[in-house]
Design a protein around this ligand. Sequence first.
Ligand SMILES: [Zn+2]
Ligand SMILES: [Zn+2]
Length: 142
Amino acid sequence: MKATEEEITLLGFNSKDLACKCCGVCRVDLGLLQRMRCFFDFTQKLDFKITSCCRCWDHHVDVYRGIYGVNWEKKISKASKHLITDEHGNELESCAMDLVGLFLHLEAVDAVLGKIWLGGYHFYKTNSPLIHLDTARKRRWR
Ligand SMILES: [Zn+2]
Ligand SMILES: [Zn+2]
């Protein structure tokens, strides 16, 4: 269910942090925000920043182009939980969030969330480390 502007505010989020970086559209699943509110309350002493929530298809393509160059089409995830429009232009709601923070802080939550998070979860230990969380079925990947 799509979160209204009021629900986003009541849960302590700013729709600007959640909206698609290119078009500014914010279509987020309320269930994700409720769960992330619990997460942020639980990890108060740690500091995280939301880097990606909503992505329209064009923005999603840009992200994959940035990572894979001309091979983006082979690599792109058409079922990404960040998507607010699919490749055919159908509207969706994002139920995914990516978080960045101090590696130490990411590691601290990873030790717990990696085990108990009900949904999609991955700790990307790249040059710019991030934790991806979504509320779809329980999935883990490498
Ligand atoms: Zn966009
Ligand atoms: Zn993600």
